[in-house]
Ligand binder design. Structure first.
Ligand SMILES: Nc1ncnc2c1ncn2[C@@H]1O[C@H](COP(=O)(O)OP(=O)(O)O)[C@@H](O)[C@H]1O
Ligand SMILES: [Mg+2]
Length: 266
């Protein structure tokens, strides 16, 4: 049994026109029949150009957007069929990391408060020294000095802020991480540090991750397998090296050709 399996998953958005009689004129097929099985412990890289449906796919997996049809099977249970109540208790098992940690972190909350709140979603009884200890531990895991615990997001660099967002995602001990363009806003020199950290954490904590990026050179660096998305569909899926060395789909070939040459040799 796959850890996560998407079966003929579709998420369509109606396009409406007219001010009073909002007539549906079209349909955006953001996710259009995706089949994908992900094993426990795997890092699946999802790549494709902007607008191809990557974020919609990840939100549909999390049930933040309802699927139009199809199934999201997590450890054999169909999330599209679960009640809202059950889904709320399930959501703790999924954590997201976004492109812009500055937008996703609360500017009025210190690192301590942010991480303490995230820890308490899973461990509501944590308090006092024990809570502070767990916050320190999380900070160390992501390479932040515990002395920064009382600082606010604006006091950190972009890379450090993304480390805080990663620590917050790890706090409730999720099973699945959905990382949506997590390094796209960072300087190239910082990107590889964050990619290495994510890869290391997924292995160490035996997590499973869907890593989303429009940038194939980033995805191939971290992913075990790569899924190439094009207009709502997965057009190519395979082991990262196979997809890079022997792409089958024309669109994948275009993506590979667009990676700067110097990098390709490395
Ligand atoms: N809430 C929405 N309502 C209507 N259309 C949407 C909505 N969200 C996304 N879309 C459309 O779905 C397509 C896929 O978007 P998205 O999933 O954000 O792509 P990506 O993350 O790959 O850039 C785009 O055409 C986008 O405009
Ligand atoms: Mg997106």
């Amino acid at each position: 049994m796959a850890f996560l399996e998407l079966i003929d998953l579709k998420t369509h958005f109606p396009v409406k026109k007219g001010l009073i009689f909002r007539k549906q004129v079209d349909m955006v097929k953001a996710v259009d029949g995706v089949n994908l099985a992900i094993a426990k412990g795997e890092i699946l890289g999802l790549v494709g150009e902007s607008g191809c449906g990557k974020s919609t796919l990840s939100r549909t997996v999390m049930q933040l957007i309802p699927a139009t049809s199809g199934s999201v099977m997590l450890e054999g249970k169909d999330l599209t069929k679960t009640t809202a109540h059950h889904m709320r208790s399930q959501r703790i098992n999924f954590q997201m990391i976004f492109q812009d940690p500055y937008a996703s972190l609360n500017p009025r909350m210190t690192v301590y408060t942010t991480l303490a709140e995230a820890l308490r979603t899973r461990f509501p009884a944590l308090n006092g020294d024990e809570l502070t200890g767990r916050v320190s531990e999380l900070m160390e895991r992501v390479g932040l000095d515990r002395r920064f615990m009382r600082k606010y997001p604006h006091e950190f660099s972009g890379g450090q802020r993304q480390r805080i967002a990663i620590a917050r995602a790890l706090a409730p001990q999720p099973k699945l991480i959905l990382a949506d363009e997590p390094v796209s806003a960072l300087d190239v020199s910082i990107q590889s540090q964050i990619l290495n950290l994510l890869k290391h954490l997924v292995r160490e904590l035996e997590l499973t991750m869907i890593f989303i990026s429009h940038d194939l050179s980033v995805v191939r660096y971290i992913a075990d397998r790569i899924a190439v998305m094009y207009f709502g569909k997965i057009v190519e899926l395979g082991r990262a090296e196979d997809v890079m060395d022997n792409p089958q789909h024309e669109y994948t070939k275009t993506l590979i050709a667009s990676i700067p040459k110097i990098e390709k040799r490395g």
